[in-house]
Every structure is written in C-alpha cells, then in structure tokens.
Design a protein. Structure first.
Length: 198
C-alpha cells in the first residue's frame, strides 16, 4: 500500500470517528456548539489517556511496530500475515493480533482527538469576533502539541524500547493529555462567560 493510500485510509477513519460525536452535537439543543465541542474533547482526551494506560499495561505499544499504520496498512486485518509471522518468530514478543488491535484502537482514538482539535481550531477562527482571540490561540497551541506528540510517536518506535527516553515518552503523553483537557475546560469557561456577558 502506498503512503498516500495509507494516509487517505487513516484520514477517512479519523473523519468517520470524529463525525460521530460531531453529528451528536449538531442534533442536541442547548449550549453553543463550541462549548459542547470542548466538552466532547475533554471526554475523548480522558478516554485516550485511559486507553493509553491500558495499551501500556498490556504491553501493546509495539503491537504495530511502524507508524501511523500497522505494517504499512490502515488496520491489523490487512496486516494479519505479517502479524502472524512476527508472532510465530517470537511467540512471547510484543507483536500479537490482540496487541496490534489494542495499539491501533489507541491510534484511532488519537486521530479522532486530532480531527476534533482541527474542527475546534476552525470554529475558534470563524467565531473569533464573538469568542475572542484566546480560544483561537489555545486551539492553535493545542494543535501544535498534538503534532509534536505524533512526531514523538515515530521517534519512540525508532528508538530502543527499554531506554529511559521511552519511559519519558509515556510521561509526556500524560502531560500533553492533561494540557489538552485543561485547555478545553478553560476554553469552555471563557465561552460561557462571553455568552453571559452578551
């Protein structure tokens, strides 16, 4: 599979997964869309952190040893031959079908959060007059943090699994997740105050 085809498949998965909570938000009356989107991002980021811990505890982080896909494909079904070959070579190794699925679900959740952050940035840009500059700058900073996180995933997969840098990677994951949650909560509060003041 070519890199472009892999990217398009993964982007489609991210759009579909991000589209589900967005469709839910559009059908619910009440709070403004930006506020609701921030609450969804808080929930999804918390889920990502919890599932990341599950991925780490089950030692599934190398279930798909390349990034962003799994053996050059968008999901473990397409890579089943490579996974089974790696599993037969090292039966107690880091690659099994179950670990590959756990790792890819974690990546799908991360892509969903990333896609929702892009929507948040677009919304903050389009509503800058009513929301102010702080949500826009916060959303932009959040997007930069997520891009840094994605590039660190590549670095971590290319480095030795047992180094202290690998454990530092997981600590930074949690820190970035907390930063994302904090930003979304602050942006929600700012939007709520602006609505009350107007």
């Amino acid at each position: 599979m070519s890199q472009l085809a892999l990217f398009l498949e993964l982007a489609t998965i991210a759009i579909i997964f991000a589209g589900l909570p967005l469709a839910y938000l559009w059908t619910r009356p009440g709070y403004r869309f930006f506020t609701k989107l921030n609450w969804i991002l808080v929930f999804m980021t918390f889920d990502l952190i919890v599932f990341g811990a599950f991925t780490r505890l089950t030692d599934s982080g190398l279930g798909c040893p390349d990034w962003p896909g799994c053996y050059g494909t968008s999901n473990p079904w397409h890579a089943i031959g490579d996974i089974q070959m790696a599993q037969s070579t090292l039966p107690d190794g880091p690659v099994t079908v179950m670990k590959a699925w756990i790792e890819m679900i974690h990546r799908y959740l991360a892509m969903t959060v990333g896609a929702l952050i892009v929507v948040q940035l677009g919304l903050a840009l389009s509503k800058m007059k009513s929301l102010g500059k702080k949500p826009l700058l916060g959303s932009l900073a959040l997007l930069v943090l997520v891009c840094i996180q994605g590039s660190r995933c590549i670095w971590c997969l290319d480095s030795d699994h047992e180094t202290s840098a690998h454990y530092c990677h997981h600590s930074l994951d949690i820190g970035l997740g907390i930063a994302c949650i904090t930003h979304c909560l602050c942006a929600t509060e700012l939007a709520r105050k602006r609505i009350q003041d107007s």
